[in-house]
Design a protein around this ligand. Structure first.
Ligand code: GDP
Ligand code: MG
Length: 194
């Protein structure tokens, strides 16, 4: 008994920990909930007042997945929903993207094409997740989950739904994005080693 405990302690102690820093960006129409999702994830808070994001901001959050430590630097695409010409600066160097729409706002769903096109032009094929946000507003929902899933499937992108208000699925989505980025980097490494 003592022996096996000692062994398990030693093997854990010498285990190699991989460390990554990922740049995550959030895009989507104004008021879809980008700032709120980031805030919920990083600070575990929600504010029902709408405060328009002005300027660039980014927040850090540490995440551990098995033997990997990840620092997520999450960039809030500050108000540049309105400024097409400056958005490419935010895209530079991004490892993963949250594409957020509001399930109670059809226009924000209809604009997903525009966001996907812009990401393809600026970031290439990095991991992306489309997020239908505000699912707590069940009475006001106009885009059913099936429509969001179908759109994402047709565009070969992962799909999730969240509520920044209740926190539903927010942590899970971030973890999923981190896993997608790691698995993509593992594939690259394996291809290079060949
Ligand atoms: P952004 O412009 O995409 O950054 O959107 P914000 O995060 O600023 O959110 C816009 C408004 O929607 C604010 O009033 C938020 O409180 C509200 N909001 C954001 N996410 C949710 C949600 O999941 N549920 C509800 N009920 N309101 C939300
Ligand atoms: Mg904002």
């Amino acid at each position: 008994m003592t022996q096996s405990l000692t062994n398990s302690f030693v093997s854990r102690d010498v285990r190699k920990v991989r460390q990554f820093i990922f740049k995550i960006i959030a895009v989507g129409d104004g008021t879809a909930g980008k700032t709120s999702i980031i805030r919920r994830y990083v600070h575990e808070e929600f504010d029902s007042k709408y405060i328009k994001t002005i300027g660039v901001s980014h927040a850090l959050k540490r995440l551990c997945l098995d033997d990997t430590e990840i620092t997520m630097t999450i960039w809030d695409t500050g108000g540049q929903e309105l400024f097409d010409c400056i958005r490419p600066q935010y895209y530079r160097g991004a490892h993963g993207v949250l594409i957020i729409y509001d399930v109670t706002n059809k226009e924000s769903f209809d604009h997903l094409d525009k966001w996907l096109n812009e990401l393809d032009n600026n970031c290439g094929k990095i991991p992306k997740i489309i997020i239908g946000n505000k699912i707590d507003l069940t009475d006001k929902r106009v885009i059913p989950a099936e429509a969001g899933e179908k759109y994402a499937r047709q565009n070969f992108v992962s799909y999730s739904e969240t509520s920044a208000k209740t926190g539903e699925n927010v942590f899970e989505v971030m973890e999923e994005l981190a896993k997608l980025i790691i698995s993509r980097s593992n594939k690259f490494r394996a291809a290079r080693a060949k």
